[in-house]
Design a protein around this ligand. Structure first.
Ligand code: LLP
Length: 436
């Protein structure tokens, strides 16, 4: 997990900066992204999976500058909206290294992707095949595609972030036959170049067992395609979902371990194939790159004791952010840790619940955490490993202003995304008059 360093004064340091100094400059709540760590994790995947293509899942955290980091580290990028595509391109991602996802891409988005010349489009429905064929035919171009399939795997994760079981909106079913049908329709479409099969089994996965099943089933599908057409599919994408350490109990695998295990599984399933018939592989890690390098910083506003039972108390520590900047605990029951960031303390441990400032009792950031018993208003709280799916899923609930994300490196700080202002929000409110 992220190395949390305390300096001589007992305050946390990130990227060579004291968090108190960061807060002095950008206020709270704020997200701090350690550029060196982000890049190192991107590189670790690229190096461990050498010979594969590694697509960074931009939905986990995207801005122009982080897109540039990914481009510079030599990775590819997965985007899943036309707007993500715009940012990726603005950050310098070459279109050829971008994959475009989505279960309901609009005609405008597909057109944008085709005109930008993205490296591949991941087909998610039969409707989309016709749509894409028409767009490409009109422009006399060919689009490279992968077909997203559901491999029928039960990933052991929260229902809303598991994606390869049958009864959900993504992909075409292998067992139901739609996957092969989709492959054959792509094969028959004159302006579509079919590259292979795509499978993403879910998120925050620690075991390789799910990938094993997915590899077996997707390669069976490749064989079924070969039987039907006499042609080998040249590529296979195994998606993302590699788990990270949000709390001490989480035991993530290193990129090397994952690469070794997945390579071995593919080789086992490809026994008997000529080397040039083994598909070229790719993966799509998101949080495994962006999660751990990001830290949320909040200021404690109020502290309140609640009696749970005779002699048992819980302290509610309210901070100045919450579900509007990190909805993961409220949405998935996701667990994080919290730590007193602005000072050291010798006080004993106190059972705390770190909550936000929103009008919902479910607005909890960290359900159970021991913080020093002298925790008090004005203290800074850090929530480590919060870089993925936090700012990118932020909302304006209660007219909260989305927090900034600052990058830190070698003691230098720079704004990646500035804090939203009330003017930004009011600009959307058609009834608001500036002089009112
Ligand atoms: N590839 C595809 C096709 C995906 O749909 C996703 C995530 C990824 C790759 C990257 O997954 P990762 O490596 O980051 O786990 N918002 C939820 C997760 C939803 C992810 C959606 N797709 C969360 O906060 O846990």
């Amino acid at each position: 997990s992220q190395t949390v360093v305390r300096n001589a004064e007992g305050a946390l340091e990130v990227g060579g900066l004291d968090v108190r100094e960061i807060v002095e400059r950008v206020d709270t709540p704020a997200y701090v992204m350690d550029e060196v760590d982000f890049r190192a994790r991107a590189r670790a995947f690229r190096d461990a999976f050498s010979g594969w293509d590694v697509y960074y899942a931009a939905k986990s955290f995207l801005c122009t500058i982080s897109a540039r980091w990914i481009a510079e580290e030599g990775l590819c990028m997965d985007v899943c909206s036309g707007n993500e595509l715009t940012v990726a391109l603005a950050g310098g991602m070459p279109a050829a290294r971008i994959g475009f996802h989505g279960n309901n891409k609009t005609v405008a988005e597909l057109t944008q992707a085709v005109e930008a010349g993205v490296g591949r489009i991941i087909i998610d429905s039969m409707t989309e095949i016709e749509r894409l064929q028409a767009i490409c035919a009109e422009r006399e171009v060919t689009a490279r595609v992968m077909v997203r399939v559901t491999a029928g795997v039960e990933a052991h994760t929260h229902e809303y972030i598991a994606t390869a079981h049958e009864d959900q909106k993504f992909g075409l079913s292998i067992t139901g036959g739609q996957a092969l049908e989709g492959l054959l329709a792509c094969h028959a479409a004159p302006n579509i170049e079919l590259r292979g099969v795509h499978s993403h089994i879910g998120s925050q996965i620690f075991e390789t067992a799910g990938f094993e099943v997915a590899i077996r089933r997707t390669l069976e599908l490749h064989r079924a395609f070969l039987d039907a057409t006499g042609e080998h599919l040249p590529e296979l994408d195994l998606g993302g979902g590699f788990g990270i350490a949000y709390i001490a109990a989480d035991q993530p695998r290193s990129a090397e371990h994952l690469a070794g295990a997945m390579q071995a599984l593919v080789h086992r399933e490809c026994r008997g194939l000529e080397l040039d018939q083994v598909p070229h592989l790719s993966i799509e890690p998101g949080r495994a790159i962006s999660g751990t390098p990001g830290m949320a910083l909040y200021r404690v506003g109020t502290v309140k004791m609640v009696t749970l039972a005779e002699g048992v108390q819980r302290c509610y520590v309210s901070v100045d952010g919450g579900m509007s900047d990190n909805i993961r605990p409220a949405l998935y029951g996701a667990e994080y840790s919290a730590t007193l960031a602005s000072r050291a303390s010798d006080a004993g441990p106190l059972l705390c619940r770190v909550v936000g400032k929103h009008c919902e009792s479910g607005d909890i950031l960290v359900r159970d955490e021991f913080l020093p018993a002298d925790i008090a208003p004005g203290d800074l709280i850090a929530v480590p490993a919060a870089g993925a799916y936090s700012r990118s899923m932020a909302s304006n609930y209660n007219h909260a202003l989305k927090p900034p994300v600052v990058g830190v490196r070698d003691g230098e700080l720079r704004t990646l995304i500035r804090r939203e202002t009330m003017q930004d929000l009011l600009a959307l409110d058609a009834g608001w008059t500036p002089d009112a």
